[in-house]
Design a protein around this ligand. Structure first.
Ligand SMILES: NC(=O)c1ccc[n+]([C@@H]2O[C@H](COP(=O)([O-])OP(=O)(O)OC[C@H]3O[C@@H](n4cnc5c(N)ncnc54)[C@H](OP(=O)(O)O)[C@@H]3O)[C@@H](O)[C@H]2O)c1
Length: 266
């Protein structure tokens, strides 16, 4: 039995992954943005062991989520699933950051940096990351004409980059990215063509399976098969720029692993 934390597990693929893990007998800690959504999550997955609460669009609340998680952990796996899709207009968070970047990129960065490293990390990417552009010159979209679809694609490219960067610097941790397919959740929309159940299976498998094919690191999966990720995700200079940009905004560096044993220190 493994203990797994899933961000954004009040709905959609996060909730589905939680239910799948619970059905297999694992211990699951849910996450929801506020008390009301936490009640919804409990109601939908009553066998979960706890719910951590916090809005990931806020740096302060994201730090608090990490504190709550560390009080409940350590975890065998963390699934970084919470995200928002492309928006019609550019929205700023309480910290003055572009909304999609803050929730989809900065929050998983900060949670990764602050939560005691689990054995496995899974980051939700998307096929749309292939259309992303690792442009660090305007991460907050203050100069460019707003394009929500592009902001989302970029955010998923950065999630994939984060997964591969963590795999590189923390060799003791299995860190992978997943494209769940285009599935009919609130984000995917009713007409999404892919299989919803299948959309959560790879995350569950990567978080818990002892299959040799799941016990890997630095890979990008779709339906349990490795796929080719955007080449920029493996670019070490780009990975370091991403870490640097997130550190400047949050003041929190990504802990580095010691060369001798692969364990991380803060
Ligand atoms: N659906 C697809 O077709 C598709 C395709 C490719 C990749 N993905 C990826 O799969 C993951 C899950 O997507 P989904 O389709 O399941 O989306 P969803 O149904 O919209 O669910 C998103 C989850 O994230 C939570 N969340 C969003 N903003 C949050 C915030 N500020 N603070 C805390 N929690 C927040 C939501 O909470 P609330 O319920 O309270 O809003 C919800 O639990 C995402 O990373 C997405 O990019 C999805």
């Amino acid at each position: 039995m493994s203990t797994i934390l899933i961000t954004g597990s009040s709905a959609g693929l996060g909730l589905l992954a939680a239910k799948g893990l619970l059905a297999e007998g694992h211990e699951v800690v849910l996450h929801a943005r506020n008390k009301e959504r936490a009640d919804d999550a409990w109601a939908a997955a009553p066998n979960a062991s706890a719910v951590v609460i916090g809005d990931l669009s806020s740096i302060a609340q994201t730090r608090d989520v990490a504190d709550q998680a560390n009080r409940l952990g350590p975890f065998d796996a963390v699934i970084h699933n919470a995200a928002v899709g492309d928006r019609e207009r550019r929205v700023e968070t309480v910290d003055g950051l572009e909304h999609i970047f803050a929730i989809n990129v900065l929050a998983p960065y900060l949670l990764t940096a602050l939560i005691e490293p689990p054995q496995r990390l899974v980051y939700l990417s998307s096929g749309m990351h292939l259309g992303g552009d690792p442009d660090f010159s305007d991460l907050q979209w203050t100069r460019r004409r707003w394009d929500g679809s592009r902001a989302y694609s970029d955010s998923k490219l950065f999630d994939t980059m984060l997964a591969f960067a963590v795999a590189r610097i923390w060799p003791a941790v299995q860190s992978n990215a997943v494209d769940p397919g285009w599935v009919p959740t609130r984000m995917g929309g009713r007409g999404a063509p892919d299989d919803l159940e299948l959309g959560a299976e790879t995350q569950v498998w990567l978080a818990t399976s002892q299959d040799a094919t799941a016990m890997v690191t630095g890979a990008y999966f779709h339906h349990k098969r490795k796929r080719q990720a955007h080449p920029a995700a493996r670019n070490i200079a780009a990975q370091e720029r991403l870490f640097g940009a997130c550190e400047v905004i949050t003041g929190t560096p990504m802990p580095q692993a010691s060369a001798e044993n692969g364990t991380t220190y803060k």
